[in-house]
Design a protein around this ligand. Structure first.
Ligand SMILES: C[S@@+](CC[C@H](N)C(=O)[O-])C[C@H]1O[C@@H](n2cnc3c(N)ncnc32)[C@H](O)[C@@H]1O
Length: 461
């Protein structure tokens, strides 16, 4: 028999010919119990629906199910099979649904088709976007141990599948056909890492094993499960501190523009060994009084008194909006980048563009002269507690991304923290629009080396 490689569509058609009570039995046998135990509502998305088999399975269990797939021909087949349900083709990876819409996203044998890792990341980010808070993802994928075994529906006992590394392609023979398919090899560690990075907590990892009373002539399924089933729950919205712990590896930190020491104390509380610098001598003196064991210094001609590549984290909260014109912003960020380790992280908290048009609990910027601000203009802001005005430089998201890129940093993520009811604060506009933009950035070469980093790349021309 000559063996041919097959495309996604051919593979998924083959899948639809496999018998649910035999070759695909373990994909579905235990899922109803997991659904019952972990999923609250009935609104579900079948992500990577193929010809509609997994969507029909959910519908039979009483779910109101939509389906999406990357392939138009698969979506057409699913529509024909279930004309009353809503199946759509993904456009540039976007799920056609609003944020926080689904109680459940089911993803049955789709993730092993997705790579490299940043694609896996963006797919799972998009899935997380449409999950309700505390919503559940159930993802059925290949057990990493399955790629050296012969099973009732597939065999992957090939020489070239020995010593697989994350992101490699695995050769799999689909039995009873003369096709082989190539999955991406992802380990449990890879899946757990990406799930956690996108904001999902793994609740259960289940490996369904074949049993004698299944009445199926199992090959290796009773010893090593061919499947890994992840049940993951969308985490509560993260807070600012969480962002730091999520991205920063080491403990050596600089608070750039430390002021009286409040942000440095905040970093110290989180376990960082923190130094501070500021342009103002009187601020540095106050910070030094507040934290006598830490090292605070005045910037001399913009120079940070530290060697190159010294810090794991450079943190700078509400400092950059005081810096202009743009070449000064660039030279400031260049100096911060100089003292960052190769795998260090810069976190800067600045005003969101919207912050200069609205009223907030601590400040008001609703002034006529703040309408139609252009990059580099000075925005007028009233500090409510003191009744003083101050003037920030108005920098747009595009400006910040441009200067970060110029100094050799890649934006990993931009976070806009919103006020929540749980905060117990009488927010004004903060629950709807964030007054802050938090840029998390890392040195460019790190990203290129690892090839697996995260989110958001806006091209700046
Ligand atoms: C093996 S089939 C499984 C179909 C269905 N979930 C089932 O259990 O019968 C995998 C499906 O994932 C789809 N797929 C592959 N990559 C995808 C991606 N990046 N986004 C969405 N769907 C994708 C393929 O087009 C295919 O229909």
């Amino acid at each position: 028999m000559s063996i041919h490689g097959c495309s996604h569509d051919e593979y998924s058609k083959l899948f639809s010919q496999l018998r649910l009570n035999e070759e695909r039995y373990l994909d579905f046998r235990d899922v109803p119990d997991l659904l019952q135990k972990y999923v609250k509502g009935r609104v579900a998305l079948d992500y990577g629906c193929g010809t509609g088999i997994s969507a029909a399975f959910l519908k039979d269990l009483g779910f109101l199910v939509d389906g999406v797939d990357i392939s138009e021909s698969m979506v057409n087949l699913a529509r024909q099979a279930m004309p009353e349900n809503n199946f759509q083709v993904l456009q540039e990876g976007k799920i056609p649904a609003e944020d926080v819409h689904y109680d459940l996203v089911f993803c049955n044998w789709v993730l092993p088709e997705i790579g490299p890792k940043h694609e896996l990341f963006s797919t799972l980010s998009e899935i997380t976007r449409v999950l309700k808070e505390h919503g559940i993802l159930i993802a059925v994928v290949a057990n990493e141990a399955s790629y050296q075994k012969d099973y009732i529906f597939k065999n992957s006992e090939f020489e070239e599948n020995k010593n697989l590394k994350s992101g490699d392609r695995v050769k799999i023979l689909v039995k009873n056909s003369n096709f082989f398919f190539r999955d991406y090899f992802w380990t449990d560690k890879d899946y757990q890492e990406v799930l956690s990075k996108v904001g999902l907590d793994v609740v259960v990892v289940h490996h369904p094993l074949g049993k004698d009373d299944d009445g199926i002539a199992w090959i290796n399924e009773k010893e090593v499960s061919p499947d890994t089933i992840y049940v993951a729950q969308k985490k509560k919205k993260e807070k600012e501190t969480y962002t730091i712990q999520k991205y920063v590896k080491g403990k050596v930190a600089l608070d750039y523009g430390c002021g009286t020491g409040i942000s440095a104390a905040f970093l110290k509380e989180l376990g960082f060994l923190v130094d501070g610098v500021d342009i103002s001598e009187s601020m540095v003196n106050l910070a030094q009084q507040a934290m006598p064991k830490n090292n605070f210094q005045v910037l001399q001609e913009g120079k940070i008194p530290a060697e190159d590549k010294h810090y794991d984290l450079v943190f700078s909260s509400w400092v950059l909006p005081e810096i202009g014109p743009k070449d000064k912003l660039v030279s400031t960020l260049l100096e911060m980048t100089r003292v960052l380790k190769e795998d260090g992280i810069l976190i800067v908290v600045v005003g969101s563009e919207a912050s200069y048009t609205k009223e907030w609990i601590h400040a008001n910027a609703e002034f006529e002269e703040n309408k139609n601000l252009k990059s580099g203009d000075r925005a007028k802001i009233l500090a409510k507690s003191s009744n003083f005005f101050w003037r920030d430089y108005f920098w747009t998201d595009k400006d910040y991304r441009e200067v970060l890129s110029k100094v050799g940093l890649d934006v990993v993520v931009v976070h806009h923290p919103l006020g929540t009811d749980d905060d117990g604060i009488a927010w004004i506009n903060e629950k709807v629009v964030s007054p802050d933009s938090i840029y998390v950035a890392q040195k460019k070469n790190k990203k290129e080396k690892e090839g697996d980093t995260i989110q958001v790349k806006t091209e700046i021309k």
